[in-house]
Design a protein around this ligand. Structure first.
Ligand SMILES: *[C@@H]1O[C@H](CO)[C@@H](O)[C@H](O)[C@H]1NC(C)=O
Ligand SMILES: *[C@@H]1O[C@H](CO)[C@@H](O)[C@H](O)[C@H]1NC(C)=O
Ligand SMILES: *[C@@H]1O[C@H](CO)[C@@H](O)[C@H](O)[C@H]1NC(C)=O
Length: 766
């Protein structure tokens, strides 16, 4: 009998691996399992909450402990498999988490550009579309038994400091752009399905004030971020709030660092009161990997591991990435630090998400995404979207002359130089998977014209000049020179913040030598996540154009070539400030303040607060066309209705507390004409900024709306823009209270300025 069973099993495995799809047996509630037939938790017709409660009643306490961790143990008695919660899909299905692996029917997945690049497109529908495609591929891989359904992406921390090694993973420095990115990408991933169902479960991380990995002796496992109430509400919380409230994300991850002396994963005010209380998270809260262990072992925040386990669960943590809670929760209950019902509340949240994903519905093949399989991964359409995303994310920083676009007719040979000129995995950045395939920059350019290749440096560190001569020789022979320089994960990465902002090693010298020898125009392409101080090239008249491509994904080389040769008109804008190197001397990475301080000489951070000189500002990005804005209509005056009981505080501070205003639906409408006065069709991002009246606590300038529009050459488009008044015209006071300043707010759209006077009127509120 044993022999027969083994034979049957191997036949089954053989059958499934040939069939490819639906190789995963049901995670739970297998219709073939008579032991669970008819049990309420398997009954798809009951409300999810009832099914979860039924399951919780059946689990022993020991079984529950095994479900508190990412490597959730099986409960064979109830027909429930083990499950690995940790998968990643930052910009494509990734194998960074142990829940996902490539191979067999799934050798790779579409590798989209790194998030900082995609953010530069400022195209909200693109962000959602990428999420949709990534979750198609994720579901297909889940059906094939090689991936999970819980993805700990996106990373929406503010790109606060230009040195941060993980800034590349984020949508940049602006809280509103980050929040919009978060909610759009999450909606794309989770499928925006009716009735609370989830295609996959996304996770916004890392909550909160997490944006330092390892800088000058301080690392993320020990860092205590000192954040004022004002900065917390004004900056760090904004994307998370939007991710939960608008994006309806199914999970939030707390971070390794402490905020004001408390590890975020042990802080009930952050987890229980804010994420679950104020924002009403419908989902689970997970720790960063081993962060409960980290606050006990590294930070010595509690005296015993049992206290650490109890603190985390009581603060509102539902799932531990790492074994800590499985090991120490029993002890915490034995010592009276925690009750079994606390554990039940945590499991209620995780099991609910698994049920919303359909994991307790039996056969995956009978579910709505059950037919997705290997044929849905790396499809031509998906790979085309990766190429399109790269094109849209590329930013033209300088175009003197203009030197770009190049023309295959005039530039019959192009010298392609630089350590990033023929790279593959560099283009996908970190938290990537295995790409479907690559087009390197050299290959992309070779599709347009003849190339002469000379890397010039052996790698981005570029520690010597041994390869310079070949590169200089190539530039001397060719009709144009393209230098593809920049960084990679050896310079900026998780665990690795940068010390400076200049190009590493001898890169700058290579650029200068090659441009001096170049017969035709010299184009500098920077491949990097974080900003690079390229002021030497900005000022060098021999360098005709500078292009930033971020980490442009698997098709990056094709997109770069399409931009250089003008088959795509670049429309990307920088999602972060490009500072000068000397900015860093006044800004310790450990100082969390965004606001400048004239007493200490601290210059402030990001375009919102830093007013000093920059290499390129936030929002910078040129096109092969020119776009002109005309304001067609905008209100000059706006009146905010206020609860009459608060009219005195309004008068005293000359502000209206957002919670005292009747905010619902309060918005102002603008109409702007965008005219493309160039000879090429192009997409243009309209960035609308507001400067609040002086004398308040606001940034000197804040993005309040953005819209990306396609405008054919020599035509004009009327763009309507609505701005929610309470959300975007408010500032945050020193106690962390959001208020709308009364008086003149100044709106700027490119060169157009408009004054908007905001007043209040008391109303009797019911
Ligand atoms: C931080 O960086 C230092 C020096 O660069 C290195 O020795 C150390 O291992 C790093 N620490 C972590 C936690 O990555
Ligand atoms: C508002 O201020 C007036 C005059 O200063 C005062 O008489 C009145 O009691 C105040 N009302 C409230 C509701 O505080
Ligand atoms: C935004 O991206 C989508 C998807 O690629 C594309 O169809 C659309 O044209 C883009 N919008 C603009 C204005 O470029």
């Amino acid at each position: 009998m044993a022999v027969t069973t083994i034979l049957q099993c191997s036949l089954l495995i053989f059958f499934f691996s040939v069939a490819g799809i639906n190789a995963r047996r049901p995670f739970a509630c297998d219709p073939a399992n008579t032991a669970v037939k008819g049990l309420p938790f398997c009954n798809v017709h009951l409300p999810v909450a009832d099914r979860v409660r039924d399951l919780l009643r059946r689990l022993t306490f020991k079984e529950k402990l095994g479900l508190l961790v990412d490597k959730a143990t099986a409960v064979p008695r109830l027909g429930i498999d083990d499950y690995e919660w940790w998968s990643e899909a930052l910009h494509g299905v990734s194998n960074v988490g142990p829940g996902t692996r490539f191979g067999g029917d799934f050798p790779g997945a579409t590798a989209f550009p790194q998030v900082i690049t995609t953010a530069a497109s400022f195209n909200t529908s693109l962000w959602e579309e990428i999420g949709r495609v990534v979750s198609d591929e994720a579901r297909a891989m889940f059906n094939g038994g090689v991936a999970g359904l819980t993805y700990w992406s996106p990373n929406i921390n503010i790109f606060r400091d230009p040195r941060w090694g993980r800034g590349q993973e984020t949508p940049g420095e602006d809280p509103i752009v980050a929040g919009e990115y978060a909610s759009r990408y999450v909606r794309g991933l989770q499928g925006n399905l009716p009735g609370d169902r989830l295609k996959v479960a996304a996770c916004c991380k890392h909550y909160t004030a997490y944006d330092l990995d390892n800088w000058s002796g301080t690392n993320r496992f020990h860092f205590n971020a000192k954040v004022s109430k004002q900065e917390m509400v004004d900056t760090f919380e904004v994307p998370f709030r939007q991710c939960v409230m608008q994006g309806k994300v199914a999970s939030v991850m707390c971070s390794y660092n402490q905020v004001n002396g408390i590890p975020t994963c042990a802080d009930p005010r952050l987890l229980r009161d804010t994420i679950r209380g104020a924002w009403r998270l419908n989902g689970y809260i997970v720790s960063d990997c081993d962060s409960v262990g980290v606050f006990y072992d590294n930070q010595h925040y509690t005296a015993t591991p049992e206290e650490a386990a109890a603190d985390a669960i009581k603060a509102g943590l539902d799932l531990d990435c790492g074994p800590f809670l499985a090991l120490h929760t029993q002890g915490a209950v034995d010592r009276g630090l925690l009750k079994e019902t606390d554990v039940d509340s945590a499991l209620f949240n995780t099991l609910t998400v698994q049920m919303r994903l359909g994991m307790f519905d039996g056969e995956p093949s009978s579910q709505i995404f059950g037919n997705l399989g290997p044929q849905d991964v790396c499809t031509p359409g998906n790979q085309e979207l990766a190429l399109e995303a790269a094109r849209q994310g590329i930013v033209l920083l300088k175009n003197h002359g203009p030197s770009l676009p190049l023309s295959p007719r005039r530039h019959r040979t192009v010298a392609v130089i630089g350590p990033n000129s023929d790279v593959t995995v560099t283009m996908i950045g970190n938290y990537a998977g295995i790409a479907c395939g690559y087009t390197t920059p050299l290959q992309g350019i070779s599709r347009y014209t003849k190339t002469i290749h000379g890397p010039g440096c052996p790698n981005v560190e570029c520690r010597n000049a041994h390869l310079f001569d070949d590169a200089i020789h190539a530039a001397h022979q060719a009709d144009a020179t393209v230098l593809i320089m920049g960084l990679d994960q050896s310079i900026e990465a998780e665990f690795k913040d940068r010390d400076g902002l200049l190009l590493p090693g001898y890169q700058q010298e290579l650029v200068s030598k090659v441009s001096a020898a170049s017969k035709g125009p010299t184009i500098l392409v920077i491949m990097s996540g974080g900003p690079v101080d390229v002021s030497f090239a900005e000022h060098d008249p021999r360098i005709g154009a500078i292009v930033w491509v971020g980490y442009p994904g698997q098709a990056g080389g094709a997109a770069i070539a399409d931009v250089l040769f003008g088959t795509h008109n670049p429309g990307g804008k920088l999602p972060m400030t490009w500072y000068h190197q000397n900015y860093l001397t006044k800004v310790p990475m450990t100082t969390m303040d965004m606001r400048s301080n004239h007493v200490t000489g601290y210059p402030g951070r990001t375009y919102r607060f830093y007013k000093g000189p920059v290499v390129y500002p936030f929002g910078h990005g040129l096109s092969y066309s020119n776009f002109i804005h005309t304001l067609v209509s905008a209100p000059k005056m706006f009146t905010v209705p206020v609860d009459g009981r608060h009219k005195n505080t309004t008068a005293a501070t000359n502000t209206v507390r957002v919670t005292h205003a009747k905010c619902g639906g309060l918005s102002i409408g603008l109409q702007v004409d965008v005219r493309n006065v160039g000879s090429k069709d192009g997409s243009h991002t309209m960035l609308v900024y507001s400067t609040p009246p002086v004398g308040h606590w606001g940034p000197h300038k804040q993005l309040v709306a953005f819209a990306k529009v396609h405008v054919p050459a020599r035509t004009q488009l009327r763009v309507p823009i609505n701005i929610h008044v309470c959300k975007f015209f408010s500032v945050v006071d020193k106690s962390g209270i959001r208020r709308i300043p009364m008086g003149q707010h100044s709106l700027h759209i490119g060169d157009v300025k408009h004054l908007l006077s905001i007043q209040s009127t008391p109303l009797g509120f019911e």
